[in-house]
Ligand binder design. Structure first.
Ligand code: NAD
Ligand code: UDP
Length: 339
């Protein structure tokens, strides 16, 4: 089946394209390469043996986006990854984030509706829950006011899709709320491309282990958690990619129970920053130079997923052990360093 993947040369998109191709789908990637490179197609081809079709289009360009959809009206589904995603940058550039993330979504939805492409899987985030009062969070946990313009684009995007699906009964959507995606494909042919100094824990950790950064700062050890460092639900990027394949299958087979559904995509397991460092050292035998510093502004203390709904309804569960995920992240880091 032909599937359109927006943002398909990006981190999560590229891993999903691999899993879609391995499941027998034909993929068309559309991306403006704002945060990815065309070489990612070589990595995908290296893993699957098939080079996906690619078109370089800025999805905020409405005429170009509508023209793209008109030329691909035989596609049966869209996975919409394309977005700007740097939380800190979104605070300093709110208009750029709202403009890019909301206009591209609305253009994609218009392209789908105008050309009879019925099925959408949307990249949402656990950021919509903020600091939840009750943990783990289920899909019925109330959303909190977003902490950043980026987070707000996810809340608003979920609602834009909901409002459209209310009136377009022939359209179907699934929002996947990702927890903390980490790792890389075990082949190390694709992974996360760091731009500048990483903000996220795992790229900072692997760059420190590789000697590119001197020291990893652990942001706080005075939280109300077992070892004082914050808790997150770290999900392997290949497990996450596979969740998209089963979500697509659910829509294509008409197994969805409502025409817009939400699923938490995590492991269901909370790990602290210090536990991640220890697991990395166990998995790779490489010591990480780290120092506990003060809390990072805006960080939440703890969040992890109740994945019962995804387990039962999608028949999906996270499988890759954390040590394997961290070993893959390290392998990818070493490959980047050798390039
Ligand atoms: P990424 O930056 O690696 O990939 C996003 C891709 O979208 C990039 O290749 C970029 O060039 C493209 N893009 C951005 N704006 C575009 C536009 N206007 N037109 C065309 N292409 C455009 O990010 P990722 O980590 O792969 O994230 C994918 C999706 O998942 C995003 O929507 C992100 O918000 C969401 N998400 C990511 C995380 C995470 O921690 N990585 C967590 C939760 C949700
Ligand atoms: N973190 C850290 N040092 C870093 C980057 C992150 O201690 O250099 C911590 C951060 O405080 C959070 C966790 O690692 O508790 C995950 O942070 P990340 O930015 O990767 O994801 P977030 O959950 O904040 O979106």
């Amino acid at each position: 089946m032909k599937i359109i993947v927006t943002g398909g040369t990006g981190y999560i998109g590229s891993h999903t394209v691999v899993e879609l191709q391995q499941d027998g789908h034909e993929v068309v990637i559309v991306d403006n390469l704002a945060n990815s490179t065309i070489n990612v197609l070589d990595g995908i081809q290296g893993i699957t043996g098939t080079r996906p079709a690619f078109e370089k289009i800025d999805l905020t360009d409405r005429p170009a986006t509508l023209d793209f959809f008109a030329r691909h009206k035989d596609a049966r589904a869209v996975i919409h990854f394309a977005a700007l995603k740097a939380v800190g940058e979104s605070v300093s550039k709110p208009l750029e984030y709202y403009y890019n993330n909301l206009n591209s979504l609305m253009n994609v939805l218009a392209g789908m509706r105008g050309n009879g492409i019925p099925n959408l899987v949307f990249s949402s985030s656990c950021t919509v829950y903020g600091q939840a009062d009750v943990l783990p969070v289920t899909e019925r946990t109330p959303r909190h006011e977003a902490e950043s313009p980026y987070g707000n684009t996810k809340v608003m995007s979920e609602d834009i899709i909901r409002d459209l699906m209310r009136v377009e009964k022939s359209m179907n959507g699934i929002a996947l709320r990702y927890f903390n995606p980490i790792g890389a494909h075990p082949s190390a042919l694709i992974g996360e491309l760091p731009v500048g100094v990483p903000n996220n824990l795992i790229p900072y950790l692997t760059q420190t282990a590789a000697g590119i950064r001197e020291q990893l700062s652990v942001f706080g050890d005075d939280y109300d958690t077992p070892d004082g460092s914050p808790l997150r639900d770290y999900i392997d990027v290949v497990d996450l990619a596979k969740a998209h394949v089963v979500a697509i299958r659910r829509l294509l087979e008409g197994k969805n129970k409502a025409n817009y559904e939400y699923f938490n995509i995590g492991t269901g397991r909370a790990l602290s920053v210090l536990e991640i460092i220890a697991a990395f050292e166990r998995a790779t035998g490489v010591k990480v130079n780290y120092k506990i510093v003060g809390r990072r502004a805006g960080d939440i203390e703890k969040v992890w997923a109740d994945t019962t709904l995804a387990n039962n309804e999608l028949g999906w569960r996270a499988e890759v052990p954390i040590e394997q995920t961290l070993a893959n992240a390290w392998k990818w880091q070493q490959r980047l360093a050798s390039k």
